[in-house]
Ligand binder design. Structure first.
Ligand SMILES: Nc1ncnc2c1ncn2[C@@H]1O[C@H](COP(=O)(O)OP(=O)(O)OP(=O)(O)O)[C@@H](O)[C@H]1O
Length: 445
């Protein structure tokens, strides 16, 4: 559980997202409220439900990015779905529960990764010993000392030498033969709603099947990560991880529902409105709090944080069914991005595109530098293309940048040691004609 204060959360988000302060504040408060809730005594804790958020703003201005970064910050399981997915042909209702099942999968993966991190060094030690055993069968070193091979004998001199070489990477290419555990568990696909039964069957088969081993000959550098993974697996308790994953999804889960405006009911839309309202009605129990069965066991949605988002250019939040409106009490508007914002997005974020491309090309020994004028011009070009064709927000920076650097990216492998300077002139030279030609920019930028 993140202990960051709202101010700290906003500061962290500022490292990646330019502007959109209202939205940042809203999600920061929501996250802090989770921490506050956990400080309460259990009885009151259960009464406090999250104040879900409705983000309103055009496409590509940072709605998803804010939610995703928040989740990363809080180490929280996160899923994003498009509400329109449930209006597609073939939708037969109730499938919205798959959102929670996906969240459970994400949560399990996250929880397992964290658990692996905790046992990693122990698993690495064990893996090292197994490699050494393969290089120098332990009987030669340990048997005289003890017949019980599970008790580790002190390293013989040869073993010590090998261990040193191994750690220095000197034996990386040496091939060894090892027994790897093969999971013979049966994958059971359970129909929606029957996950728990599937889970029980899976466990039953696992007991019947057990694990078998398979002997494989591999170079040490390939074998090592596999052995670490296998040893970590042995050190972990899967039942415990499953239970923790359920807990994390219930207490920390964040569900981001995009395009909620597209399923907002408007009386004049007539017939189609029914199915749209249907989707809202299906979503409602999740947001209000219900129990969904997953392969990890039943999961309650009561304390998950739901962030719904949409452009609301045609429909308005008041076109959503009243119950859903009531469940999304916090409204934040995100503004369209200006040229100045684009300039900052290219320069400031920790992961700014300019930094990403420079780092990528750096791996080829090519140095890529953007002058101030170059960045300004790029931002202006992206803004212009957005105005003239379709406004896709900051996503335009990606398409424009990709186009600008296409040639450099292609050639970089043969240009080690060279330096590329991107100034305004370069930008104009590469993109000028495309920007002027509306049809071309529609296809290419
Ligand atoms: N304010 C911003 N600061 C930095 N980067 C941004 C900002 N807005 C958008 N971006 C970048 O633009 C891309 C798209 O943004 P995002 O996915 O958040 O859009 P969105 O507002 O959720 O749109 P949609 O509703 O269409 O999904 C991301 O790569 C994101 O990093």
């Amino acid at each position: 559980m993140s202990e960051l204060t709202p101010r700290e959360i906003v500061n962290e988000l500022d490292r990646y997202i330019i502007g959109q302060n209202d939205a940042k504040r809203a999600v920061a408060i929501a996250l802090r409220n989770r921490w506050r809730r956990m400080q309460l005594d259990p009885e009151l804790r259960n009464e406090v439900t999250p104040k879900n958020i409705l983000m309103i703003g055009p496409t590509g201005v940072g709605k998803t990015e804010i939610a995703r970064r928040l989740a990363t910050l809080a180490n929280a399981p996160f899923v994003k779905v498009e509400a329109t997915k449930f209006t597609e042909v073939g939708y037969v209702g109730k499938d919205v529960e798959s959102i929670i099942r996906d969240l459970a999968d994400v949560s399990y993966k996250l929880t397992r990764e964290q658990a692996i991190k905790r046992v990693r060094s122990q698993a690495e030690d064990r893996a090292e010993d197994r490699i050494l055993d393969a290089l120098l069968p332990r009987r030669q070193t340990a048997a005289d000392w003890s017949h019980d091979l599970t008790v580790s004998a002190p390293d013989s001199e040869t073993r010590q030498k090998l261990r040193k070489q191994l750690r220095e990477g000197a034996l990386d290419d040496r091939e060894i033969e090892l027994d790897f555990a093969m999971n013979v568990g049966v994958e059971i696909m359970s129909p929606p709603g029957m996950e728990e039964m599937g889970q029980q069957l899976r466990q039953m088969f696992q007991h019947l099947g057990g694990t078998r081993t398979q002997s494989r000959k591999l170079p040490i550098k390939t074998a090592r990560p596999l052995l670490v993974e296998e040893e970590a697996g042995k050190l972990l308790n899967d039942e415990e991880i499953r239970a923790q994953a359920v807990e994390a999804a219930e207490q920390n889960g964040i569900v981001f529902i995009d395009e909620i405006d597209k399923v907002a009911q408007r009386s004049e839309w007539g017939g189609a409105g029914v199915s749209r309202e249907g989707v809202q009605r299906d979503l409602l129990p999740l947001v209000e709090g219900s129990t969904v069965s997953t392969r990890y066991g039943p999961i309650k949605t009561d304390h998950m944080l739901f962030i719904a988002s949409g452009a609301f250019s045609l429909a308005k939040p008041s076109d959503l069914i009243p119950e859903l409106q009531g469940r999304l009490p916090i409204r934040v508007e995100l503004s369209a991005l200006s040229v100045e914002d684009f300039k900052r997005i290219l320069r400031e974020p920790h992961n700014a595109l300019t930094k990403q491309y420079a780092a990528l090309l750096g791996t080829e020994g090519v140095s890529l530098e953007f002058t101030e004028s170059g960045i300004d011009r790029l931002a202006e070009v992206a803004y212009q293309v957005n105005e003239r064709t379709e406004n896709i927000g900051a996503r335009r920076l990606h398409t424009v940048m990709e186009r600008l650097l296409e040639k450099v990216s292609f050639e970089a492998a043969d240009k080690s040691g060279e330096k590329y300077l991107i100034d305004a002139e370069q930008v104009d030279k590469n993109l000028g004609s495309l920007v002027k030609d509306q049809d071309l920019s529609r296809y290419i930028l």
